[in-house]
Write a protein that binds this ligand. Structure first.
Ligand SMILES: [Zn+2]
Length: 388
């Protein structure tokens, strides 16, 4: 139910609710679904079960305390993520934000932890905090007697203790990217000295845990617990998917590290004058050079970029009468980069949709960087890393 790491199948967005230790706390809209489900489940548990032979008071109370217990429960999940984030930060890895979403919480890490020891400590910090929270609730539960507020509190404290204990144990399942899988990866990394190999093995375990959860879900479903069964199946599918995705992202992050713009950019890129007719653009530029785009200039100054795709979208019958100005795109400030920029820095705007960058130094255009070329470069390197 809880999982951490920057890895997720789709980017998580949402409302910013707080800032703790310099980390933004964001609530994804899907979290509201799970919050309501958890609040109702607690309410139902309080209504239907007896703890220490005490039945919960009736009326609206089980539901009110169910919702309050859900809030405390998610606060515990947040502390779990903050524990990961705090240790990661101490090891030099920046945490962008923590997002609460339908399957729990996720702390976004901008890069991989530098060493196996740092990975081990960061991964284990979350479950330790969750076990401490469970211990605190077991302690409070033991201290609460059935006088005064006792009858209202005994049951929530009892379940908070057990739920946190279960979540701590679940997170220690040895499947990457669950915490236990990260711990496994850290150990394998230490033993083999090869982070990618360690990640690959931990990923197989992650997919294995996913499949086991799906099987457990099917059995639970067959035994009549429909919601519980579906929930296990969904988590199993999610884990299998996120395990593969996380492995891929790890390989890509490693492949992208240490490369710079100048290693990938096209050199000797000619300029196109803005008045150039499209027929000439076709024959003298796209026909002559194997480049996907050219910078466009007016009186020696760069004013935009023209791409092969844009040219091909114009019907050839119009090429004679139109000039480059009609199809060029203006350049934004983010599209000008320097040759020594690390590739990791351009990945973010690239994935946000930027296709082309002009490489500039000392006020001169040095080359052209394209998203396709960056992807080709990283993929080729990733293949070599995976083989090695
Ligand atoms: Zn965790």
């Amino acid at each position: 139910m809880e999982e951490h790491g920057e890895e997720k199948p789709a980017p998580l967005s949402g409302f910013r609710v707080a800032r703790i230790l310099g980390i933004e706390i964001v609530i994804n809209p899907t979290w509201l679904v799970i919050f309501v489900l958890v609040a109702i489940s607690f309410g139902q548990l309080f209504l239907e079960t007896k703890v220490d032979g005490v039945r919960y008071p009736g009326g609206a109370l089980p539901w009110i305390f169910g919702a309050l217990t859900a809030i405390v429960f998610f606060f515990g999940l947040l502390l779990h993520e903050l524990a990961h984030s705090y240790v990661a930060k101490r090891n030099g890895v920046e945490i962008g934000r923590i997002t609460l979403f339908i399957f729990g919480g996720a702390a976004e890490m901008s890069e991989e932890l530098p060493t196996a020891a740092a990975e081990f400590k960061t991964a284990i910090a979350g479950p330790i905090v969750t076990f401490l929270i469970s211990g605190v609730f077991f302690g409070l539960y033991a201290l609460t007697d059935s006088s005064g507020w006792g009858p209202l509190l005994v049951t929530p404290l009892f379940y908070l203790a057990w739920v946190n204990l279960s979540i701590g144990i679940f997170n220690l399942l040895p499947g990457f990217p669950l915490d236990g899988g990260r711990i496994l990866r850290a150990i394998l990394w230490k033993l083999t000295g090869n982070m990618i190999k360690a990640t690959r093995i931990a990923t197989y375990f992650g997919r294995g845990v996913g499949v086991l959860l799906i099987c457990a879900g099917v059995v639970t479903f067959m035994n009549g617990n429909l919601i519980g069964g579906i929930w296990f199946i969904l988590i199993g599918i999610f884990l299998d998917r996120i395990a593969r995705e996380s492995y891929r992202q790890t390989v890509l992050k490693v492949a992208a590290s240490e490369a710079r713009v100048e290693d990938i950019m096209y050199l000797d890129v000619p300029f196109v004058d803005i008045q150039t007719p499209l027929t000439s653009l076709r024959s003298n530029y796209f026909g002559r050079y194997n480049l996907p785009a050219f910078p466009v200039c007016r009186e020696g100054e760069v004013v935009g970029i023209v791409t092969r795709t844009d040219l091909l979208e114009v019907s050839p019958s119009e090429w004679e009468v139109l000039s480059t100005e009609r199809i060029m795109r203006p350049l934004r400030q983010e599209q000008f980069i320097s040759p020594d920029t690390p590739i990791e820095k351009v990945l973010k705007p690239m994935f946000a949709g930027e296709m082309f960058f002009l490489v500039v130094s000392d006020g001169k255009i040095r080359g052209l960087l394209t998203r396709d070329e960056v992807i080709r470069f990283i993929e080729a390197r990733a293949r070599r890393i995976e083989k090695g």
